[in-house]
Design a protein around this ligand. Structure first.
Ligand code: MIG
Length: 635
C-alpha cells in the first residue's frame, strides 16, 4: 500500500505515473524537524537499507552519508557522497520489517544512514519540499513491485544491445573502427556494437559528423550494419556556440537555452569550448532537441549514449572572470600558507562549481526556476527529450539509449552506465554492488565500463571483470584516452576472452527473457541474497553474490592473485564451473560456506534447486543466435 505525504511545496518531477492522494498526518515511524529541514527515524540493529540506485559503497547503505546531487566526479572513492545519479528510493529491511520510501524532490537531499548515529536514519533537504511515498506491503519484493508500478514501466533495450560492445575514448576515424572490428573477427570474439566517443563530431558539435574522419558516414553506418554491427555515438549536453551551426542558431532564435537572472544566456565551457545548455526542462526546448537525434537516426544510427548531463561544467564565463580577478590580487603578494591555499582553491574551484548551478534558470512548467532547485532533473530530461522524440521519429524502431546522469522517471526513457570508474579491483566489486540498487529504482538496462574507464587495466582484472559483466545487460568495454589499450584482442590469453564472451552469447536468451520479466513484472534482475532468505543472517552479509534472474546465482572473483573465493550458499545449489560453452564441470554443494576454485578463465554459475538454465550455441552476433537452446543445465 502506497501513501503519499507532502512536505512544503515540492516542485513536480514527472517521475511517478500514478496520482496518489495526499495523506494527512505524520509519516509513520518518522519524526519531522522543521528547523533542521530534516526527517529522521530510528534503525533497529538488524535493519539494512537497500536502494538509492547508483551510489558508492555496498548494497547495504547503512553506515555512510549519501547526497543526491548529480555530480561529474571521476573519482569514485569510498569517501565520496555523490555520483552522477539521484535515485531516492530505498527500503528499510529486516526479517520482520520492510518499508519502502521514495523521496521525490528535484533538489539536493542528504541521506545520513547511520553515519552520524548508527541507529538513526536522517534525511536533510536543501529545500524542505518533497513528496514522500511510503510503501508498506507484504514483503520486500511486493514493496518494490508497488514502487515500480508507481513510477511506470522501465525502458526496454533492443536485444542486440545485450551483445558485446567495444568502446574507447576515442576511435578517431573509419579506419580505426574497421580495425577494431577486424581484430575482433580475427580472434573470433563476438561483438555487436562499436561506440563513437566525442571525436566523431565536427569540433564536438552535437548532431554533426567530422567529414575528414568519417567522410561518408551513412555509407559507413551501412557498411557496419551489413556486418550486423551497430555504431553507437555519444551526445553531450552542451551546444557549441558557433556562428553558422544550426543547432546553436535555432536554440538562440527560439530561446531554448538556459539563461541567467538578467536574461542573458549562460556561457559555459565543456569539450566544444564555449557552449550554451539547452533547457531540457522546457517542453518546447526538449521537443526541439529530441528531434535533432533524427539526423543520426536517418543515417542509420539506432543507439546513443548521453553524456555530460549533470550538467558537467568545465567553467562558466562569469566564474572564470571572478577567478581571474582574484588571481590578480594574489599576483604581487607574498603568498603565505593561508593565501596559498586560498589561491589554489580558487583555481581548483572553476569546474563543476556549486555556485554556477545558482547562476542560471529554467523555464519549467511555466515558471522561472533556479537551476540548483531542479538540478537532479537535468540529465533525466535530456534523455527524456530523446526518448519522447524516438516515439515520433522512429515509432517502429527499437533504439538503444543510456545516460550518465539520471533521476527516477528517466528509467522510462533509457538506461544508465555508471560513469568514469577506474581499472581497480575495488571498482569491480562496486559494479557488482551497484546493480541491485539500480534495479530497485527501475534502471534495468545498466552496467559499468568493463575493465574500468580511468587508470591502466591488467589482464587478470579484465578477465575477472568480464566474468561478472557477461551477466549485466550493458556489457561494454570502455576506457579513457591515455590509459592502456584494453580491447580484448590486445591481451595474451585471447582464447579465454573468446570463451567468456561466447558464454555471454549463450546466456543472452535467458538474460533477455529475465530482463523483460523484470520489466514487465516489476522485479529485479539482480537480487541480493537476503531478499530470498530473510531469515538467514548470513544472507544479509553476502554482499558479493547476487541472484541473476530466477534460476542462477553468481559469485564473481574480485581480488587479484587469487585462485578462487569463499562462497556462501543459503541453500543447496549446483555449481557449474565454465571454461567455455562446451567445457565445464559441475558439482552439488550444500548450504554453508565453501572455498570454490575459479581460474582466470573460468566463470562460476550456481543453479538453484528446481531450476533450469538454457544455453544457446554461441554466435558471433545476437541476431545470429539460434531459436532453440543447444542444451539446458539444471538442478
Ligand atoms: O570529460 O567523452 O563519462 O565515458 O569517454 C570526459 C569523453 C567526457 C565522460 C564520459 C566518458 C567519455 C568521456 N566523457
Amino acid at each position: 500500500m502506497i501513501k503519499r505525504y507532502k512536505i512544503g511545496n515540492p516542485i513536480p518531477t514527472d517521475s511517478v505515473v500514478k496520482e496518489i492522494e495526499i495523506e494527512q498526518g505524520n509519516i509513520p515511524f518518522w519524526n519531522v524537524d522543521q528547523n533542521g529541514k530534516s526527517i529522521f527515524c530510528s534503525l533497529d540493529e538488524d535493519e539494512v537499507v537497500y536502494g538509492l540506485g547508483e551510489t558508492i559503497r555496498g548494497i547495504n547503505k547503512r553506515g555512510w552519508i549519501y547526497v543526491s546531487n548529480c555530480s561529474d566526479d571521476p573519482n569514485h572513492t569510498e569517501d565520496k557522497r555523490s555520483l552522477y545519479a539521484a535515485q531516492n528510493f530505498y527500503v528499510i529491511y529486516s526479517a520482520n520489517k520492510s518499508l519502502g520510501m521514495y523521496v521525490d524532490t528535484p533538489g539536493k537531499v542528504t541521506f545520513d544512514i547511520g553515519y552520524s548515529d548508527h541507529d538513526t536514519f536522517k534525511i536533510t533537504f536543501d529545500d524542505f519540499d518533497a513528496n514522500i511515498y511510503v510503501i508498506e506491503g507484504n514483503g520486500v519484493k511486493e514493496i518494490i513491485k508497488e514502487f515500480r508500478e508507481l513510477i511506470g514501466r522501465s525502458y526496454v533495450a533492443p536485444k542486440w544491445a545485450f551483445g558485446f560492445g567495444q568502446s574507447r575514448w576515442s576511435y578517431m576515424n573509419e579506419d580505426e573502427v574497421r580495425e577494431v572490428l577486424s581484430e575482433y573477427e580475427k580472434c573470433d570474439i563476438p561483438i555487436d556494437s562499436i561506440y563513437l566517443d566525442i571525436d566523431y563530431m565536427e569540433r564536438y558539435k552535437d548532431f554533426t559528423i567530422d567529414n575528414d574522419r568519417f567522410p561518408k558516414f551513412p555509407e559507413f553506418v551501412s557498411e557496419m550494419k551489413a556486418k550486423d554491427v551497430h555504431l553507437v555515438p555519444i551526445i553531450d549536453a552542451g551546444v557549441k556556440i558557433e556562428d553558422g551551426y544550426d543547432v546553436y542558431e535555432e536554440g538562440v532564435k527560439n530561446d531554448y537555452f538556459v539563461k541567467k537572472e538578467d536574461g542573458e544566456r549562460l556561457v559555459a565551457a565543456v569539450w566544444p569550448g564555449k557552449v550554451h545548455f539547452p533547457d531540457f526542462l522546457d517542453e518546447n526546448a526538449r521537443k526541439w532537441f529530441g528531434l535533432k537525434y533524427k539526423r543520426l537516426v536517418d543515417m542509420g544510427i539506432d543507439g546513443f549514449w548521453n553524456d555530460m548531463n549533470e550538467p558537467a561544467i568545465f567553467y562558466t564565463e562569469d566564474h572564470l572572470q571572478e577567478v581571474f580577478q582574484k588571481i590578480k590580487c594574489y599576483e604581487n603578494q607574498n603568498l603565505d600558507i593561508n593565501s596559498f591555499f586560498d589561491f589554489r582553491g580558487c583555481v581548483e574551484s572553476i569546474s563543476n562549481n556549486d555556485e554556477d548551478y545558482r547562476r542560471f534558470y529554467h523555464n519549467y512548467k511555466g515558471q522561472k526556476i533556479r537551476h540548483d532547485k531542479v538540478h537532479n532533473l537535468y540529465g533525466y530530461n535530456m534523455t527524456r527529450a530523446a526518448g519522447e522524440a524516438f516515439k515520433e521519429i522512429a515509432p517502429d524502431k527499437e533504439i538503444l539509449m543510456f545516460s550518465r546522469s539520471s533521476y527516477i522517471g528517466m528509467h522510462r526513457y533509457g538506461g544508465v552506465w555508471c560513469g568514469d570508474n577506474k581499472s581497480w579491483w575495488s571498482h569491480l566489486l562496486l559494479n557488482i554492488q551497484q546493480m541491485p540498487g539500480l534495479n530497485m529504482c527501475g534502471f534495468l538496462y545498466s552496467g559499468a565500463d568493463v575493465g574500468g574507464f580511468g587508470a591502466d587495466v591488467t589482464e587478470d582484472l579484465m578477465l575477472r571483470w568480464v566474468a561478472f559483466a557477461i551477466f549485466t545487460p550493458l556489457f561494454r568495454n570502455h576506457s579513457a584516452m591515455g590509459t592502456r589499450r584494453q580491447e580484448f584482442y590486445r591481451f595474451k590469453n585471447k582464447e579465454a576472452f573468446k570463451n567468456l564472451v561466447e558464454l555471454r552469447y549463450s546466456l543472452i536468451p535467458y538474460l533477455y527473457e529475465q530482463y523483460l520479466e523484470a520489466i514487465n513484472g516489476n522485479k529485479l534482475l539482480f537480487t541480493p541474497l537476503s531478499f530470498e532468505y530473510p531469515e538467514d543472517k548470513r544472507a544479509f552479509e553476502a554482499e558479493d553474490q547476487l541472484f541473476v534472474g530466477d534460476s542462477i546465482m553468481v559469485a564473481p572473483v574480485y581480488k587479484q592473485n587469487t585462485t578462487g573465493r569463499y562462497v556462501y550458499l543459503p541453500e543447496e545449489m549446483k555449481l557449474f564451473r565454465f571454461r567455455s560453452f562446451e567445457d565445464y564441470d559441475e558439482e552439488v554443494l550444500g548450504k554453508g560456506d565453501h572455498y570454490v576454485k575459479c581460474g582466470l578463465n573460468e566463470v562460476l554459475i550456481f543453479v538453484r534447486k528446481g531450476c533450469e538454465l538454457p544455453l544457446y550455441k554461441p554466435a558471433k552476433r545476437v541476431a545470429l543466435l539460434d531459436k532453440e537452446p543447444a542444451k539446458t543445465i539444471s538442478f
